[in-house]
Design a protein around this ligand. Sequence first.
Ligand SMILES: [Zn+2]
Length: 58
Amino acid sequence: MANQVQTKTATCPTHGEIEAMREMPKVSFPFIVYGIRRMIAARKPFRCPECGTAVDAS
Ligand SMILES: [Zn+2]
């Protein structure tokens, strides 16, 4: 299933300022399934696209 990629400016300890990325599910039905998938995705950290390190982008 296709996901949307969310990006956010963050700081990677190795690469400095980067566009951190996180996949979020697209809106789909049934809505309850989308809600659960989105909740799970929202708990995952943003990651540096270069090295995959979880970065603090909150
Ligand atoms: Zn990095």
